[in-house]
Design a protein around this ligand. Structure first.
Ligand code: GCV
Length: 659
């Protein structure tokens, strides 16, 4: 059932193949190939590590530059070879080959070399074992409950986890953490003997698909698990406890990847309690993990969540940089700072976090969010790949022109040892994995894009559509169209110009313009009768603009040059301000909100044409959700337009209905 409705559903496989070597992963390759029922009876296919090739074969593959997890697919005339340096590379190559077969692409004469652009390609799950009434729930999850936890325990039936491991390997993901970064009482015990036998079972399932397991840990564990009276990272007993505890994890899981830590963030415990720094905290864990090659992913999502809305000086956007920049160079080599793409929190659009590229001497990993916390909860369609593409291409100028986020994420800009991309997953135990069928494309696309960021959003969409829905031209055209337009559309009817938080507090779905305006969370838009937006300039505002490098500082500092789409993030602008597009700010607000609703109406019209051309379940799933999306878009349109009409007193140029 788990695959009937996804990009792995194709039954097309190979009649004549040989898999060399005997490892858990080569076993997986065999299983995978043996499952196929529609066999292509063409050539012979050989799956092998370089090591397992004969000398004569080696001479054919010698000249290819294959990195650790990379592979070559080559038709030598005698056979089609899939060759990797490691069995993991062969596994990725096999999935690539199966993809080509399912897409009906030509294999005769094929020769391609693939190496992943990012070394760490990770997903974080925000899954809970318990949280009072939320047994097995997923924080910010919109596709059912956890596939890892149920009834305050690890799931007994682990078949779905195996299905999931397979999905991960098929898109090149090599690392996964399975529990929420908000670690509650029960999940804290995942690193103890009580739960490690079962955690080890999960690790074994993942291992066969080349995926390394990580756990989120509770910084206060010495107190909550061991009854100590402190978690001070400089306390010798605390250090000794973590060493002992993590050694125990390695007894059960010899290739355990390490830990993910949310400390001193949104009420979570951390080193600040003891007057220590984040470097003190992270390094203490890093020392305990170092003997085993384990990593600490230390999150930089640290800000004051008890802010007074009257305080206009404190700027949440500044927080991560202000906290972590002074610590650059003081982290141990196996610490990796995990940085969200933007300085606030996965809004429909934000500038890039200035910490990315700011720190020169610290390992960094870029954090995206695949789950649609602020992008419509898998009720509204929002294909996020185009957003990530823009972010990857952003030039920070950290080391002069060409210092893109891409090069920072993969560590090449500063020659960092551990680097890559991580994202908050969007899957759950719903039959189609992601709730909204089209949200699968975000999961699929995330893996494909971080493997190869030069793929276009259109190429990724095309792959996913053909693998999932087949080869009908009309299907490709319509689904691609809806996917590629969906992020701009979502932006139009929600919060354009990077104005940020106007959502229902806590839930983060649906409009509530002032929902966060007088709260403690530091996410304000400051709309009044004169204008809207946050002045983050150096001259008159919070000074955030100066966390960037020139020429970005100058670009953002000046309201005339600041890109329209980021205007309200950096400036408080009057409603009559003329955008670079030539429109006034207020007219832009009205136009985008009217257009956004029309876009969704068009999505519905297009989707209706797919009836009978794709499976009924997927057709109905998306159709139903598009109608929910339309209702949501209308509510946003009417509330936003009415709100800004009342604030500004300026009528719509086109006389459309504003309530
Ligand atoms: C896991 C946002 C989300 C929280 C999340 C947090 C984080 O604030 O709303 O649900 O907590 O980010 O990234 O830690």
């Amino acid at each position: 059932m788990a695959y009937d409705s996804c990009w792995l559903s194709s039954k097309v496989g190979l009649a004549n193949f040989e898999v060399r070597g005997e490892t858990p992963i080569t076993e997986t390759i065999n299983d995978e190939l043996n499952q196929k029922t529609e066999l292509v009876d063409a050539k012979k296919f050989i799956f092998s590590t370089f090591e397992n090739l004969s000398d004569a074969e080696k001479s054919i593959f010698d000249s290819f530059e294959i990195k650790d997890e990379g592979y070559v697919i080559k038709d030598t005339g005698v056979a089609v070879y899939v060759v990797g340096m490691q069995d993991k590379g062969v596994l990725y190559g096999m999935f690539h080959l199966l993809r080509l077969l399912a897409q009906k692409l030509e294999l005769v004469g094929i020769e391609l070399v693939e190496n992943p652009y990012n070394d760490i390609r990770m997903l974080n799950h925000w899954d809970n074992m318990d949280e009072k009434d939320h047994m097995g729930s997923v924080e910010r999850g919109y596709a059912g409950n956890s596939i890892f936890f149920e009834n305050c325990a690890i799931v007994k039936d682990k078949r779905r986890i195996k299905d999931y491991a397979r999905l991960l390997a098929s898109i090149g993901i090599n690392s996964v953490s399975i529990n929420n970064v908000n670690v509650h009482a029960l999940e804290s015990k995942l690193i103890t003997k009580e739960l490690l036998p079962e955690v080890a079972e999960i690790a074994e399932i993942f291992r066969k698909y080349g995926v390394t397991l990580f756990l989120s840990v509770n910084y206060a564990s010495p107190i909550t698990l061991a009854g100590m009276d402190t978690s001070d990272p400089l306390d010798e007993n605390v250090k000794a406890w973590w060493k002992k505890q993590l050694a125990e994890v390695y007894d059960f899981i010899p290739d355990f990847g390490g830990v993910v830590v949310k400390a001193d963030s949104e009420g979570r415990p951390g080193p600040f309690t003891y007057g220590r720094t984040h470097a003190d905290g992270a390094n203490m864990l890093a020392e305990a993990l170092a003997p085993y090659g384990g990593l600490v992913f230390w999150r930089c999502f640290v800000y004051n969540c008890q802010q007074d809305w009257r305080d206009r000086k404190t700027d949440r956007a500044r927080a991560a940089y202000d906290h972590f920049m002074p610590l650059d160079g003081t982290f141990l080599d196996n610490v990796v700072l995990q940085i969200k793409n933007g300085p606030i929190d996965f809004q429909v659009r934000e500038p890039l976090s200035p910490l990315l590229g700011g720190m020169t001497s610290t390992n960094q990993i870029l954090e995206f969010q695949v789950t649609q916390e602020y992008l419509g909860h898998s009720k509204d369609a929002c294909f996020i790949i185009p957003q990530w593409k823009e972010y990857f291409d952003f030039d920070t100028y950290a080391k002069g022109s060409g210092s893109t986020i891409n090069k920072i994420a993969n560590g090449s800009l500063y020659g960092r040892q551990h680097s890559g991309v991580v994202a908050v997953a969007n899957i759950g135990n719903d039959a189609n994995w992601t709730g909204h069928k089209l949200a699968q494309a975000n999961f699929y696309g995330y893996g494909r894009l971080i493997w190869n960021p030069s793929l276009t959003a259109e190429e990724i969409a095309t792959e996913w559509i053909q693998l999932t829905f087949g080869h009908e031209g009309k299907v490709l055209e319509i689904v691609k169209n809806v996917l590629l337009d969906s992020w701009p559309t979502y932006e139009k009817y929600t919060a354009p110009l990077s104005v940020g938080f106007m959502v229902q507090p806590h839930l983060h779905y649906g409009v509530n313009i002032d929902g966060y305006e007088y709260s403690k969370w530091g996410t304000y838009h400051f709309a009044d009768c004169n204008g809207v937006g946050v002045d983050r300039t150096k001259v008159t505002g919070t000074g955030y603009t100066h966390q960037y490098f020139e020429p970005n500082i100058a670009l953002y500092e000046n309201i005339e040059t600041c890109p329209d789409e980021l205007l309200l993030f950096f400036h408080f602008a009057p409603y009559t301000h003329i955008l670079q597009s030539g429109k006034t700010l207020i007219q832009h607000i009205y136009d985008t909100h009217f257009e956004g609703v029309i876009d969704v109406e068009n999505f519905i019209k297009k989707w209706d044409k797919l009836e009978g051309l794709i499976d009924v379940e997927s057709f109905t799933n998306v159709k139903d959700r598009l109608h929910l999306q339309l209702a949501n878009a209308k509510e946003w349109r009417d509330q936003i337009n009415t709100y800004f009409y009342r604030k500004s007193g300026i009528a719509d140029l086109h006389g459309r209905k504003i309530y």
